[in-house]
Ligand binder design. Structure first.
Ligand SMILES: Nc1ncnc2c1ncn2[C@@H]1O[C@H](COP(=O)(O)OP(=O)(O)O)[C@@H](O)[C@H]1O
Ligand SMILES: O=P(O)(O)OC[C@H](O)CO
Length: 498
């Protein structure tokens, strides 16, 4: 029996899923790993823990399926994006901890580049904005603050990689140093049109080209594992994509105008825009969706930093619920939030505001406000943020969004999905298998080794499950959105003196 192995290396856990030819999940395994918060606004991972947890998840999935590495026809890798791992090319040892996409330590540096007037040409060239979210300022920080990194870089022996590169380096025992074009498009160092590292940008951020991986397609013969790592077999790594691009693929958003939103730790809304790059007029990101057989397709993206993690906050910090799923019953126990509004800007605001200094706020509390109102306001807050991105996207695209294909852990929440449909006026559709990210990576890998023949075949394998239609009167929606805009405005620029 042959399977495709999808490796889904996320922000909080490493997952491995085996798919058969019908795109059925045969077995999966998942391991969490530690999050390090050494200072306010800093978020780090241990790259060795990422690798070990990932390997354990793969071995766990193989064991559950009762098969070995030999049964794997191809591997698809999808990963948390922007996070930067630095390592020594000779020993393969990480140089300090990985700096995670959520980390805000380079906010001041990005402000300085903005003050020097660099933002507009950088946006024009990369599709991205000058925000600490992206990888380049993190690489620069490592070179400036970790002397060992600088010494290695001077000798041409430092490697910088997003998590896809790091995992492939480990799987190939140091033989392959590649990144796919969708991951490279998140670094602030790649020209969005040529899809190559850009000399001017390398100069601005002071990153030597010797540190960077070779950019490859998202599907095809991309790399090979080393037999000594993968049970004596050399297996094709035939799919690679950043996790949000993989979800776009897994949701079969193959045509321009199709939109997906993944509700995980954060919420990431992507629209396929076809074969030409989009540069947003509304502070969204222009990014690569995937490149197959040399043809690049692009996407517009709105990244919301706090989504499901707001629910975790209610659970872990406030103790209002015991599990994430409990929020739905609590929020449904009231008709609405009774005027309470929660802006979950815990790590600043992403699209379309891009304010690293915004902070979480709750407005409209009265003596009658209860835990249920706060729970409801939390779900509303997630949906409002997505709604802001959806409006920016509609404005960029010049048309309303008809349908949003939803996935990710929090899309299991029917109240959240209904609220989303009500606030955006779009239909929200959830697939049967919510593991769309892993499925997208599996599809890319399967197409890359001929396990599936074409994208057409994939359309037979995915089924929509639940659909939510908008039910809120337009005047009510507009009233709520006006109030939300007021709340967002007040949450901004809060932490500037810190
Ligand atoms: N029923 C639910 N309602 C709301 N949020 C949920 C629910 N179930 C899970 N979540 C949230 O979804 C997130 C996990 O989703 P997942 O797709 O696994 O995220 P990630 O890939 O970012 O780790 C958590 O932040 C959790 O709080
Ligand atoms: O790990 P996730 O699923 O929260 O995704 C993280 C994103 O890729 C960050 O851009």
């Amino acid at each position: 029996m042959e399977f495709i192995l999808a490796i889904d290396q996320g922000t909080t856990s490493s997952r491995a899923i085996l798919f058969d030819k019908d795109a059925k999940v045969i077995a999966s395994d998942q391991h969490e790993f530690a999050q390090y918060f050494p200072k306010a606004g800093w978020v780090e991972h241990d790259a060795s823990e990422i690798w070990e947890s990932q390997l354990r998840a793969i071995e766990g999935a193989l064991k559950k399926a009762g098969c070995s590495w030999e049964s794997i026809a191809g591997i698809g890798i999808t990963n948390q994006r922007e996070t930067i791992v630095a390592w020594d090319a000779k020993t393969g040892e990480p140089v300090g901890k990985a700096i995670v996409w959520q980390d805000r330590r380079t906010a001041g540096y990005c402000d300085r580049l903005k003050a020097e007037g660099k933002e507009s040409w950088i946006q024009e060239r990369t599709g991205l904005l000058l925000d600490p979210y992206f990888s380049a300022s993190k690489m620069r920080w490592i070179l400036e603050n970790r002397p060992e990194a600088k010494v290695l870089a001077d000798k041409g022996e430092l490697r910088f990689g997003t998590v896809d590169s790091w995992l492939i380096w480990k799987l190939s025992n140091g033989r392959s140093f590649v990144t796919d074009v969708s991951n490279a498009s998140r670094t602030l160092l790649m020209d969005l049109r040529s899809c190559e590292w850009d000399g001017d940008l390398l100069g601005v951020f002071g990153v030597p080209s010797s540190c960077l991986a070779r950019i490859v397609d998202s599907s095809g013969a991309l790399a090979e594992t080393a037999g000594e790592v993968t049970g004596g077999c050399e297996i094709a790594v035939s799919g690679i994509a950043g996790d949000q691009q993989a979800a776009l693929f897994g949701q079969l958003c193959f045509e321009p105008g199709m939109v997906k939103c993944t509700y995980g730790t954060g919420c990431f809304i992507l629209m396929n825009v076809g074969r030409g790059p989009a540069v947003s007029r509304n502070k969204l990101l222009g990014t690569v969706a995937w490149r197959m057989a040399g043809t690049t397709e692009y996407a517009l993206e709105g990244s919301v930093f706090v989504g499901g993690s707001a629910v975790q906050w209610l659970r872990d910090e406030l103790g209002l619920i015991k599990s994430a799923a409990e929020i739905e019953a609590l929020a449904r126990s009231v008709d609405d939030s009774d005027g309470v509004m929660l802006v979950p800007a815990f790590t600043g605001l992403g699209a379309p505001y891009w304010d690293p200094y915004a902070r979480g706020t709750i407005f409209g509390l009265t003596r009658g406000s209860t835990a249920a109102h706060i729970a409801r306001a939390t779900l509303d807050g997630i949906a409002y943020q997505v709604c802001d991105v959806a409006s920016a996207m509609a404005s960029d695209a010049g048309r309303e969004l008809g349908e949003i294909r939803a996935d990710g852990g929090a899309s299991a929440n029917a109240l959240l999905m209904q609220t989303q449909a009500d606030l955006t006026g779009a239909e929200v559709a959830c697939p049967k298998i919510l593991e769309t990210t892993a499925m997208g990576a599996a599809f890319l890998a399967g197409l890359g080794v001929g396990f599936w023949e074409s994208k057409e075949v994939l359309k037979e394998l995915v089924r929509a499950d639940r659909r939510y239609g908008p039910g809120m009167p337009v005047h009510e929606r507009e009233k709520r959105l006006r109030k939300w805009a007021k709340a967002v405005e007040r949450s901004q620029a809060w932490a500037t003196e810190d």
